[in-house]
Design a protein around this ligand. Structure first.
Ligand code: 5RP
Length: 212
């Protein structure tokens, strides 16, 4: 993992921000560099839609207005990091437990610019444990369903998401068909969101300051 590449990626994403924009903002240490750079443009943008309490706090601290997605409608741009990225720009996300709101904003955005360091690039998704946000009472049920599918579910004990839910991290999956797995897991009652971004992958991936 390279903090320098994360900074480069966060700063490079600024070139996608247009005057007057409302920018969708993800969560994590790479996005924190993007928010810092966005603050320099704050007089040129209308504001941001935030994917987490963590990003909201940073945005507000730097004087960037935080807007409600219900009020803004569709966005032109979403900038977020990832835990893994394959050659088709499909992602695993949710290491920071913000996957559900991240997925909502990605879906609402015309362009998703993903910012990563080179350690996140993979041929096959799944070495990074796949995060799944679940309704608390469904934790065991979802865990059993994952075991049936050959995964090893580990409860991220002590973590409560911004939505009041829990996270299961699935170890041991080599994800050959991310789209099919995402669809399958989404059918399990109690699953709020799956940290696979295959149906809605990134549009642009910046690895440091280089377009992938
Ligand atoms: C948060 C995420 C993050 O984008 C992902 O965990 C990458 O984080 P970082 O930029 O700190 O490596 O999905 O839920």
């Amino acid at each position: 993992m390279s903090a320098n590449e994360k900074r480069q990626a966060g700063e490079a994403a600024i070139r996608y921000v247009e005057n007057g924009a409302i920018v969708g903002v993800g969560t994590g240490s790479t996005v924190a560099f993007f928010i810092d750079a966005l603050a320099d443009l704050k007089d040129r943008i209308e504001g941001a839609v935030s994917s987490s309490e963590q990003s909201t706090a940073q945005l507000k601290r730097l004087g960037i207005p935080v807007l409600d997605l219900n009020a803004t409608g569709p966005l032109n741009l979403y900038v977020d990091g990832a835990d893994e990225c394959d050659t088709h720009k499909r992602l695993i996300k949710g290491g920071g437990a913000a996957l559900t709101r991240e997925k909502i904003i990605a879906e609402a955005s015309a362009k998703f610019v993903c910012i990563i360091d080179s350690s996140k690039q993979v041929q096959l998704l799944g070495k990074f444990p796949l995060p799944i946000e679940v309704i608390p009472m469904a934790r065991s049920l979802v865990g059993r369903e994952i075991v049936k599918r050959g995964g090893n579910p580990v409860w991220r004990d002590g973590v409560v998401t911004d939505n009041g839910n829990w996270v299961i991290d699935v170890h041991g999956w080599q994800i050959a068909d991310p789209m099919a797995l995402e669809k399958d897991l989404n059918q399990i009652p109690g699953v709020v969101a799956v940290g696979l971004f295959a149906r809605r992958p990134a549009d642009v991936v910046l690895v440091g300051d280089r377009v992938m």
